[in-house]
Design a protein around this ligand. Structure first.
Ligand SMILES: Nc1ncnc2c1ncn2[C@@H]1O[C@H](COP(=O)(O)OP(=O)(O)OP(=O)(O)O)[C@@H](O)[C@H]1O
Ligand SMILES: Cc1ncc(C[n+]2csc(CCO)c2C)c(N)n1
Length: 287
């Protein structure tokens, strides 16, 4: 998802255009080889997507939120049943593990610590989640993430415990300047901050058929879209009224303009099966 701020005015609004494009996805069409942008990977503690393997190599930094380290420790060897688990774990060593460290198992902590992973404990703050602590850390250390020029791809936060899922989506609102994408093998979600005209590129070979535009933080009194099966025209949306779910992209780019922050979500179709197919092909080499 390339997001470029301040590209100038489009149409009848003075808002700058923010471009979103999921070029980090493997097999994304429309991106020339070698033009992929760098990103940071943040691994949460739920249901590691197969996609992780395909995003790992190109990440500038890999950080696990506390128990996210258990996820990679436990799940990655299962994806390589013919290999020694320790060899797989050594190949996918996180750079940092951060959080209150009440979820990471002792043997996981010892394993990655021995490999040189930086383990950062912040147990004093009981008002923010380990995910938020990791975002703050990355923003403070990687300037491009803090200023929105490098994406932060977050794996495993879209399903599982509902209180965590709400906290995970709230984290998008807490850091509106960070280009953060919540991802698993089935869905992608990100914030469309107010004050921009949003242009969302759709690669229909990977994205769709379903999408949603959700006024989660506050009601919208004026949202206008193009490129959707059910477009909004200066429409109101609120919880307790209309929200746009079970919508469908019908063009290769969608535009969204709104008076409030909105969550954009789109399904990813057949990604997991296609990635697993790729892994079983003769010329696929582990990263
Ligand atoms: N069951 C789950 N469903 C969805 N997301 C989860 C789940 N468990 C953990 N997470 C995400 O992974 C992060 C790290 O998980 P971990 O298990 O270390 O946290 P926790 O101790 O349950 O909660 P906290 O982050 O609030 O300390 C959480 O901050 C949260 O974003
Ligand atoms: C009003 C309110 N509700 C819940 C929590 C609990 N909580 C939220 S984030 C977090 C950190 C977990 O590592 C904890 C314990 C709180 N502090 N304040």
């Amino acid at each position: 998802m390339i997001s470029l701020h301040g590209l100038g005015d489009i149409g009848n609004t003075s808002n700058p255009t923010m471009l979103h494009c999921a070029s980090f996805l493997p097999m994304f069409q429309g991106q020339k080889a070698g033009q992929e942008r760098p990103y940071v990977l943040l691994i949460l503690n739920h249901d590691l997507p197969v996609l992780t393997l395909f995003l790992w190599n190109k990440a500038s930094l890999r950080i696990c939120a506390d128990g996210g380290a258990n996820q990679i420790y436990d799940s990655l060897p299962n994806l390589f049943p013919n290999e020694n688990p320790a060899t797989v774990r050594e190949r996918y060593k996180p750079d940092i593990i951060k959080g209150d460290l009440d979820s990471i198992r002792p043997e996981v902590k010892e394993f990655y610590s021995a490999l040189g992973t930086e383990i950062l404990c912040d147990a004093d703050d009981q008002d923010s989640t380990d995910f938020q602590k990791c975002v703050k850390h990355v923003m403070g250390n990687i300037h491009e993430v803090g200023n929105g020029h490098m994406k932060l791809l977050v794996l495993g936060g879209l399903s599982g415990r509902l209180d965590h899922v709400f906290a995970n989506v709230n984290t998008l609102y807490l850091f509106p300047k960070v280009q953060m994408v919540l991802l698993n093998d089935e869905n992608m979600a990100f914030l469309l901050p107010r004050g921009y005209k949003h242009e969302i590129r759709i690669d229909s070979s990977l994205e769709g058929p379903h999408c949603g535009l959700i006024p989660l933080g506050e009601p919208s009194s004026c949202t206008t879209t193009t490129g959707l099966k059910w477009n909004l025209t200066n429409s109101s949306m609120k919880f307790g009224g209309l929200i746009s779910t079970s919508n469908r992209p019908v063009a290769d780019h969608i535009t969204v303009q709104s008076d409030t922050d909105l969550i954009w979500t789109v399904t990813l179709h057949s990604l997991q099966s296609r990635l697993k197919e790729q892994m079983s092909s003769a010329d696929w080499t582990p990263i």
